[in-house]
Design a protein around this ligand. Structure first.
Ligand code: HEM
Ligand code: HEM
Length: 187
């Protein structure tokens, strides 16, 4: 039996598009201070991210039967760490823009995307809620940054500790690597 040991193209493209957008919006978030122009840009990019994450989740469900098996043996600590990290990354990718949207509403504003359209208002104006949602949004953003750091370290660990390059698995437009799997019906 043959299996393709890389992710489908749609998974790779969305992975890198969102990696750039998320890291970019983290950096803009930390540069905000009281700059209204940057805040509008930050919210707009965040709303685009929320849309792209929805597409990513739907796409992942669509191709779930075509995903390459993990390089970590099932049940090992490395396998559990990998699955937990990937699930948590998804949770944060969804929670962060939702918290930002709710914080904006609680602060008495509508969440507008590049002035083209606005998201529905989810919450009434509340100073206290706005404060706590802002804190949660910031905390979750720090969590995402830390987890992305661990995620990259994980990929590096495969390279250094196991002499295994897993990066091509998620790179778009690399040549497909076909591997022969041991078969039980040989001979
Ligand atoms: C915000 C940034 C990032 C997020 C949210 C993220 C998230 C994810 C997720 C959820 C997966 C699992 C596949 C999927 O469901 O899409 C994945 C796979 C992967 N990511 Fe990232 N990633 C980010 C940045 C990076 C960076 C900077 C690298 C560079 C080393 C990287 C390397 C990989 C690799 C090599 C895989 C494949 C793992 C495997 O062998 O199965 N990621 N990433
Ligand atoms: C996934 C995308 C997003 C990321 C990674 C992100 C990240 C950040 C970061 C790092 C900060 C600075 C936090 C701090 O240290 O004080 C911030 C602030 C903020 N973000 Fe986001 N954000 C995202 C999406 C959004 C969205 C969609 C909205 C609203 C529509 C939003 C609204 C805000 C607001 C209003 C602040 C200022 C918070 C305050 O002053 O307490 N963000 N964001």
């Amino acid at each position: 039996m043959k299996h393709v040991s890389r992710y489908p193209l749609s998974i790779s493209l969305l992975h890198w598009l969102l990696a750039v957008a998320l890291i970019g919006n983290l950096i803009i978030g930390w540069m905000l201070d009281d700059r209204e122009d940057l805040l509008a840009l930050h919210k707009s990019i965040g709303i685009v991210i929320l849309g792209l994450v929805s597409v990513r989740v739907a796409n992942r469900l669509r191709v779930r039967r075509r995903l390459p098996p993990s390089t970590n043996p099932a049940g090992t600590p490395a396998y559990l760490a990998e699955k937990t990290a990937h699930h948590l990354l998804y949770v944060l990718m969804i929670a962060i823009p939702l918290l930002g949207w709710m914080k904006t509403n609680a602060a008495g504003h509508v969440a507008s995307c590049f002035g083209l359209f606005s998201l529905p208002t989810l919450l009434p104006k509340s100073h206290e809620l706005s404060h706590w949602l802002g804190e949660l949004h910031a905390l979750a953003a720090y969590g995402l940054a830390a987890l992305v750091g661990l995620h990259v370290l994980g990929a590096l660990a495969h390279r250094v500790l196991k002499s295994e390059n897993i990066l091509p698995r998620i790179l778009p437009f690399t040549r497909r690597v076909e591997q022969k799997m041991p078969t039980s019906d040989r001979g």
